[in-house]
Design a protein around this ligand. Structure first.
Ligand SMILES: [Zn+2]
Length: 328
């Protein structure tokens, strides 16, 4: 279907949903499952266009008036909801049986449905069980298995996938966006974990610089954590005034770097998620055993868990130092 040209990658969804909409055989509820930034909103918005298009299947490049309205978030019948509570479900129910004002179908897009508690999910279920004919639900989530089976069984589950590096580069080139040279683009794409939206966001100069600095710090920290010398202690001490969230971000990057090191120990040319150069990862990995890398991984993971449980920054760093002194 032409309108899905606006979606990058995700060919399975384009086919499934495109065919269903073109044949006017779409269902009244879809669950769109996928990691953050993999295009769940775009799928729902483009499907809303396809369902309500008044231009006989226009494309996202030259939309009809109705598709343009939907793409610009100006259509009263296509509504997005977030952060679910029973009260929000009540609002949906209140409007559910009202006729659409400008479209053929009212579209309800519910974001973060995995955050709904059981009570809210049960309240939503009643709307899904007996929906009016002209309503389509799109339930967006990162993991559909968290939802009640009764909800999952009433919707078709579609999965958005992270984009490959090649897909992201191809699309950036097609869009004519000026690209940074050298490692910078590679570093941004690696940190995006397949999210095109993230890449676009990071192409902003100041954000890119902050990101590169963070990655440089994570590189340094990873290398120091693997060592057992005074410079490790100095570095950890220098981080005492970081906020808990900053430290969590930094440690999360270290986990990805450590994962790369463990992987290159087993296969030299395995795809990497943090390092842009196999040589750099290989050189660092060659200085440490797999067991050592896995021990440090477990230690950093433990530190993130502690921070998630509200441990303060100094005590988390102190505990890391004690564990390292014990021989990790
Ligand atoms: Zn249209």
């Amino acid at each position: 279907m032409e309108i899905f040209q606006g979606l990058i990658g995700n060919e399975d969804i384009k086919n499934t949903l495109g065919k269903a909409i073109a044949g006017r055989e779409f269902l009244h509820a879809y669950i769109i499952e996928g990691a953050h930034g993999t295009g769940k909103h775009t799928v729902a918005r483009l499907a809303a266009c396809g369902i309500n298009c008044q231009g006989h299947g226009c494309s996202s490049h030259s939309p009809c008036d109705m598709c343009r309205k939907i793409l610009n978030d100006n259509c009263t019948d296509v509504r997005f909801f977030d952060a679910f509570k029973v009260d929000d479900i009540r609002k949906i129910k209140e409007t559910l049986y009202e006729s659409p004002t400008e479209c053929d179908y009212k579209i309800y897009v519910l974001n973060n449905v995995e955050k709904m508690n059981v009570k809210a999910q049960n309240a939503l279920l009643i709307s899904l069980e007996e929906p009016p004919k002209n309503v389509v639900f799109f339930l967006l989530c990162t993991d559909a298995t968290i939802l009640l089976e009764t909800i999952r069984s009433r919707a078709q589950i579609l999965r958005t996938k992270p984009l490959t590096k090649e897909q992201i580069i191809a699309h950036l080139e097609k869009s004519g966006i000026p690209l940074p040279q050298g490692d910078k683009l590679e570093e941004i794409i690696l940190s995006s974990r397949g999210s095109y939206g993230y890449v676009l966001d990071m192409l902003n100069e100041s954000k890119a610089d902050a990101l590169l600095k963070d990655r440089e710090r994570a590189r340094e920290l990873t290398a120091k954590l693997l060592l057992n010398d005074a410079s490790t202690v100095t570095l950890l001490f220098s981080m005492y005034n970081q906020t808990r969230d900053r430290l969590k971000e930094l440690f999360s990057l270290c986990l990805v770097a450590l994962r790369d090191l463990a992987v290159v120990k087993r296969a030299k040319d395995a795809p990497l998620c943090f390092f842009t150069s196999h040589k750099e990862a290989g050189d660092l990995a060659s200085r440490h055993s797999v067991q050592k890398i896995l021990n440090i991984y477990a230690m950093v993971e433990g530190a993130i868990d502690a921070l998630n449980l509200n441990a303060n920054v100094p005590s988390t760093l102190a505990s890391l130092l004690i564990q390292k002194k014990k021989g990790n």
